[in-house]
Design a protein around this ligand. Structure first.
Ligand code: PRX
Length: 635
């Protein structure tokens, strides 16, 4: 028997050792005992980080939805699979059993087929957090279509870029969405996006807000009548282990967002195994991850990981602040949530409102608390531990990425002693390394360096859709034979890891990765702007906020700066989405540059972070004189 469920710190070390000393045997046992296969693999793993190429469970055949749905029907058919909590606190929650979810997925899959979707086709999903989102994801997987979910807070331009990059044939959306007391016209955004997407021939529209929308004849279809007519069973498409499962876009430091491609078998095995252990999930637990399925956290730890374990997974449609900042705790009490997984930015926003709203609710069901998406600061960690976990529920600070598919560094609850702000130890099978700037591995403890991973793990992304060279350049070129994460980390005296943040030009704002380049491109579109540079600066709720340095064309004199600031933020909202808006905009006479013309962001970052007195030697700059001027005019 494999140690599927780790129960002590000793057992963690024992299993970890086994997973490192003999990874193939280890993962083979896990895969064999806990999943349903149509055909077994002939090779557990082949890999070459120089190409890079990684294959897990080669030769195996399966369908992930058989593992997430069908195999539970005989034992858990009536158990709640998805517990949907709507935006409106007075509307009733929906309990969707495994049987019902299976039927809904089958019907949806049959609708996809009837609209011509076949194995390998890409389907873009642009939906709010309603059951149709999870159902459509699973329906794609059932017939072997590759889903690409785009977070429904992205703008029309961001949506069309992603649709075109993966060449999606279909978009699944809704007439609109709720955001607290407001509604958002999602279908209108899709219509705008599709002006630039000639490859999309079908749009399926779920009804959510009953708004009056345009339906383009021959392209747009209301979903419900199609589902009503569809047959409630759909045979699975048999997939090869390395067949694509989904594409999910993440920001890079330069250029287009990167369409990370995840494949079937390895992703399934790793997301399921991590879910079980990191959240200590037991059969009758109610698990809630507050992320949106538009991000990787939702893919792996709202949909696939929980369902592959036959878990009950909560899907919440709304925001933490509606109708007030007590909503999360009301939901925990109402559904007796056992595991609660959220982001530091949410914790900080809730902490700001004090403990009164927390104390109104019975949180005694909670057993494990999780955090993800950005480093958690000490204060937020203690607030979470004391007020939510009542010092009884371990906090799992889980470090991972869209690219890694699953949790990589984390405590195992009730096993690993936690330490505030530390993600602690590598998960089973994960071999981290810290590297210095010259490419040498730092093998001692009490060091900090660039975080890399030395050995493949089952759920790693296999490529960037349509651009394998960029995949190689971004992740496998900085350090020989290693996957480079883009993060810095330190290792303490006992070997615990603390993630210190990005070492590239990605900035994490409220837990969302934002690349500086697309934001600068949006700003530079303004006819008055000559050039711009974006940096991050600390923010007490968002973690980081964006500071923009903008040089105007000509003298810039006589310009209404407040108005320009509004116009610039509107452009960013239109091109990317409101999440990328700048908190501060400083108009400058120039930007500090190297002699080769590269903008010195390091200097700009220091000034934005109030560290302008520690710039070091700036005499080698092309234009050192602009620095003083920038320092004198910080906003
Ligand atoms: O910088 C790290 C940060 O989030 C980045 C990955 O972002 P994304 O691909 O959007 O995935 C987020 C959800 C998995 C990482 O490179 N990050 C994520 N989790 C943590 C974190 N930083 C510190 N501590 C964490 N627990």
């Amino acid at each position: 028997m494999s140690n599927y469920h780790i129960k002590s710190f000793e057992e963690y070390f024992q299993v970890y050792r086994k997973s490192i000393e003999n990874p193939k045997v280890f993962w083979e046992e896990i895969a064999e005992e806990h999943f349903t296969w149509r055909k077994k693999w002939h090779n557990v793993l082949s890999w070459d980080f120089t190409k890079p190429e990684v294959k897990w469970f080669e030769g195996a055949q399966l369908n992930i939805t058989e593992n997430c749905l069908d195999r539970h029907l005989s034992t858990r058919g009536d158990k709640t699979a998805i517990l949907f909590e709507p935006n409106d606190p007075n509307a009733s929650a929906e309990h969707i059993s495994y049987k019902q979810l299976h039927e809904r997925v089958c019907k949806f899959a049959n609708v996809l087929k009837s609209k011509g979707i076949q194995k390998g086709d890409r389907v873009c999903i642009y939906l709010p957090m309603i059951p149709e989102l999870a159902v459509s994801v699973l329906a794609c997987a059932r017939i072997g279509a590759v889903h690409s979910v785009v977070f429904a807070g992205f703008s029309a331009t961001a949506l069309s870029t992603r649709i075109n990059d993966c060449d999606a044939k279909m978009v699944i959306t809704s007439d609109g969405s709720y955001r607290g007391a407001k509604t958002i016209d999602l279908k209108g955004i899709v219509d705008d996006a599709l002006e630039d997407c000639p490859g999309v021939d079908t749009v399926l529209v779920a009804k959510r807000i009953e708004s009056d929308i345009n339906m383009k004849t021959g392209r747009d279809y209301w979903l419900q009548p199609l589902l009503d007519d569809a047959y409630g069973d759909c045979v699975i498409e048999i997939m090869d282990a390395e067949d694509p499962l989904f594409i999910l876009y993440t920001s890079g430091s330069t250029g287009m967002p990167k369409g990370m491609l995840h494949t079937t078998a390895g992703y399934m095995v790793y997301s399921a195994y991590t879910f079980k252990n990191v959240f200590d999930y037991r059969e009758n637990d109610v698990y809630w991850c507050t992320a949106d399925i538009g991000w990787i956290t939702g893919h792996s730890y709202i949909v696939y990981g929980p369902l592959a374990n036959g878990a009950t997974t909560v899907m919440y449609e709304g925001v933490p602040s509606y109708p007030d900042f007590g909503r999360f705790w009301e939901i925990v009490e109402k559904h007796k949530v056992n595991q609660f997984y959220t982001a530091p930015t949410a914790i900080r926003a809730l902490a700001k409102h004090g403990t009164e709203l927390v104390e109104k609710h019975d949180l005694s069901s909670l057993k494990v608390l999780g955090t993800v998406g950005e480093p958690i600061n000490e204060e937020a960690w203690h607030w979470y531990n004391e007020n939510i976990g009542k010092k009884k529920s371990p906090i799992v600070d889980t470090w991972w990425q869209t690219e890694t598919g699953g949790i990589m560094i984390t405590p195992i609850p009730f096993s690993t002693p936690t330490k505030p702000t530390y993600a602690t130890l590598p998960f089973i099978g994960i071999q981290p390394a810290l590297m210095d700037e010259n490419g040498k591995e730092l093998s001692n403890n009490q060091v900090d360096g660039r975080l890399c991973i030395k050995y493949p793990w089952p759920s790693m992304a296999r490529t960037i859709w349509g651009n394998h060279q960029r995949y190689k350049d971004t992740y496998f070129s900085a350090f020989e034979n290693m996957y480079f994460t883009g993060d810095g980390a330190l290792r303490d005296e006992v070997g615990y890891y603390r993630i210190t943040g990005r070492v590239d030009d990605v900035i994490i704002v409220s837990g969302h990765n934002l690349g500086t380049a697309p934001i600068e491109d949006a700003i530079n579109e303004h006819q008055a702007v000559a050039e711009s540079a974006i940096v991050g600066f600390p923010h007490d709720v968002k973690g980081n906020a964006l500071y923009g340095y903008v040089t105007l064309k000509g003298s810039g004199e006589g310009r209404d700066h407040d108005n320009l600031r509004k116009e610039i933020n509107q452009l960013i909202t239109d091109r990317i989405g409101p999440i990328a808006k700048l908190d501060k905009i400083q108009f400058t006479n120039g930007l500090p540059k190297t002699r080769s013309g590269k903008i010195m962001r390091r200097i700009l970052r220091k000034i934005a972070c109030n560290e302008g007195e520690q710039l070091g030697d700036i005499s080698t700059l092309l234009n050192p004189e602009v620095v003083q001027d920038i320092k004198d005019n910080v906003v």
